[in-house]
Ligand binder design. Structure first.
Ligand SMILES: Nc1ncnc2c1ncn2[C@@H]1O[C@H](COP(=O)(O)OP(=O)(O)O)[C@@H](O)[C@H]1O
Ligand SMILES: [Mg+2]
Ligand SMILES: [Zn+2]
Length: 371
């Protein structure tokens, strides 16, 4: 017959959905009682999401059946589901004047995440949306250069920083707030603090969409962002080689883990448009993201070729979508932004971050404990 200690030991194997720690480590196991062969368990969780409870119930039953417990009275207490009317009340939002947050991410650096963010944002502004960009890529904040804003002084009003404004977009970058070329070693808690400050201590106006250029990868910054504001959707930027797609998968899995709907994938450096004869040829491959998108129930927002004009636009602070609207690439960015806006309009009210609010002490991220 199993005793309380045996049962607790088994319950240490039940991982809290979406995280790497068990319900015991999180302190969600509130009571275990054994009466003959009858076992009663009380678990109290912080998420109101039905699937979370379901997964926990299933896994508890499974591990206890393994040690012969079949007469189980399992009670799972959870908070009431938040009533959602708009973004600003669905869970935590430390920047409530912003309607939608789009997390732009990539599995690794150099795939064109910032270039894509810039052109999508400018395209959305050209389509009449009030748009901002938050350059949260603390390791390589190069949005200022892409807007021709590098080296510009930030205007501080009171104790808040005013975003720059260029090509219809409000812009603030970690790069404008720290010394140029400053090599900072960012640690978990610092990253979390920086991300929150970028949302809270910047004078963001009322915006329809804030595009956030995230550091590459799937770490603390992503979790912090998702815990600070209800992220409407994520956009993944990748190049079409299969090596890059593997990294992309991690990034798409992260969206899932953080309950962020996937707004789409941008296949960047997809083919090459020869500036001399305007023909398109295959360099890193083309069209490989289609299958990836299907796998994750999303769509490819656009295939952007390798084009010198895109790179020049980035280097010179003149986004192609704004300065060469007649080009193939500009048209693809416009179409991608249009599709994304449609997606945002459909999911906007559903953005929800209550279920991923911290269950660990402040400053300790539940994700950063991942192996
Ligand atoms: N489609 C493209 N065609 C040509 N150059 C590109 C394209 N996309 C990005 N680049 C260039 O590649 C480099 C890396 O892009 P960037 O957007 O900075 O990547 P990330 O933000 O992912 O690190 C930049 O010099 C940029 O101008
Ligand atoms: Mg970048
Ligand atoms: Zn040619």
């Amino acid at each position: 017959m199993a005793n309380v200690a045996d049962i607790k030991k088994e319950l240490e194997k039940v991982i809290y959905p979406g995280f790497t720690k068990s319900i015991v480590e999180f302190g969600f196991l509130k009571n275990v009682e054994v009466n003959g062969d009858a076992v009663s368990i009380l678990v109290e969780i912080t998420s109101s999401v039905q699937e979370v409870e379901h997964e926990i119930r299933t896994n508890i039953k499974k591990v206890l059946e393994n040690i012969g417990v079949t007469n189980l009275d399992l009670q799972v207490k959870k908070p009431e589901a938040p009533k959602q009317t708009s973004n600003s009340v669905s869970g935590k939002n430390i920047a409530p004047q912003i309607k939608n947050f789009v997390m732009v991410s990539s599995g690794k650096g150099g795939v064109g995440k910032s270039t894509t963010t810039v052109n999508l944002a400018v395209a959305a502004a050209m389509q009449g949306k009030r748009v901002g960009i938050l350059d949260a890529d603390i390791y390589g904040p190069n949005i200022p250069r892409m807007f021709g804003l590098q080296g510009k002084e930030v205007e501080v009003i009171g104790n808040k920083a005013k975003p720059f404004h260029a090509y219809g977009v409000d812009v603030m970058s970690m790069g404008s707030l720290m010394e140029e070329g400053q090599a900072l070693i960012w640690r978990g808690a610092m990253i979390m603090k920086a991300i929150q400050q970028l949302l809270r201590d910047i004078l963001w106006e009322e915006l329809d969409i804030l595009f956030i250029d995230m550091p590459p990868g799937t770490g603390d910054a992503q979790l912090t962002l998702a815990q600070s504001v209800p992220v409407t959707c994520g956009v993944n930027v990748t190049t079409p080689q299969h090596v890059a797609l593997d990294d992309s998968r991690r990034s798409l899995d992260m969206f899932k883990k953080l309950h962020i709907p996937v707004g789409g994938i941008v296949e960047n450096m997809s083919g090459f448009i020869c500036p001399t004869c305007n023909t398109e040829s295959d360099i890193f491959g083309m069209g490989t993201c289609e299958a990836l998108a299907k796998e994750y129930g999303t769509t490819v927002l656009g295939n952007l070729p390798i084009e010198p004009a895109i790179r020049e636009g980035g280097d010179n602070g003149k986004p192609i979508v704004y300065f060469h609207p007649e080009s193939i690439s500009a048209k693809r960015y416009m179409k991608a932004a249009e599709t994304l806006i449609e997606f945002i309009d459909n999911v906007s009210d559903k953005a929800e971050n209550a279920s991923i609010q911290p269950t660990t002490p402040p400053g300790v991220s539940a994700c950063s404990t991942a192996k």
